[in-house]
Write a protein that binds this ligand. Sequence first.
Ligand SMILES: [Zn+2]
Length: 383
Amino acid sequence: MGNKAYRFRLYPNQEQQQFLAKCFGCSRFVYNYFLRLTTDIYVDSKKSLRYKEWSKLLTSLKKEFQWLQEVNSQPLQQTLKDLETAYSRFFKGLAKFPRFKKRSNKQSFRVPQNFSVTEEGKLKLPKMSPMKMVIHREIEGDIKSVTISQTPSGKYFASIATELDIPKAPLNGEKIGMDLGLKDFCITNKPERFENPRYFQRSLRRLKIRQRRLSRKAKDSNNRKKARVKVAKIHEKVANQRLDYQQKISLKLTNENQVISCEDLNIKGMVKNRKLSKQISDVAWGQFLTLLEYKGDIYGCEIKRVDRFFPSSKRCSKCGYIKEDLTLKDREWTCPECHAHHDRDINACWNLLQFSDSKIPLEERKSTPNQTVEMQCIKSVSS
Ligand SMILES: [Zn+2]
């Protein structure tokens, strides 16, 4: 069984927009209310409330704030589940402590059941008339849930999650090693190179102009609101271009291969480097790896993450010699042992492939933290 997600644009009418605003508002209210309550109670008594308690309290909250009853109750329950997820991600060290939801950020709520797509292709949610939706591709599989969202620029979307049986592609045995970088976005041992389009960098000038205009507008004015939408639209466009680019590459790679070996990057640690954080956020490796895994699942391609302390650049992929004095400036080098001539990045890809195929003896798989790929990236750009 595989999962698929579809994102369709929604065009709610005036009345529907008002109702959606209520749903966003109630979800946000419930999320923030329980986040605050849980924090307060914890500070007072060291007792931590969780979904079970929240869920019971929600019933009494609805009596206190009757307007909460105007919206469907499922999204409110889902909000509590999201809060639970946010808490457990925090306790696992995967995320920061949950933050309050703001009106100016992206708004969303999830409906787990009792919704449908009508014959005219409209989206029917509980307590609402069917909403106009543009279904630009066929929905495959059983529909599991729908998330309604509104971007800061004011567009509405429905994300539909489905579950389906996906026939695995026949094994053709293609395996590749893949390296991610800032100069080239992605390189494989074949070799293939995909350039780094730097969408955010390219939009910086426009963004700066828009941000300057925004900062000059009077607080709480209508013009400020309009200016904020314009800034949000630029961010949205950058995110869309980036996603589109990564969708294409990940589709190509997962379609053509059965195994992709790549380095397990410590992206969070890298973003802490102030000089590089913008470039690293712009290149969005994390999103790309998520896409690869998602598509790999669908098309039967395994993504193998290689220990990030493995010295993939310094090892000769032909004979296994480790060139300790290889510096970041050496884009090409010749192995003193077997005289093979290497392109630095492509050699690294070959090593990643051999590593995940267990063709490298165990003692060579040991590694030292100062050879991590993130340190290399940081140094190569700083120098
Ligand atoms: Zn060699």
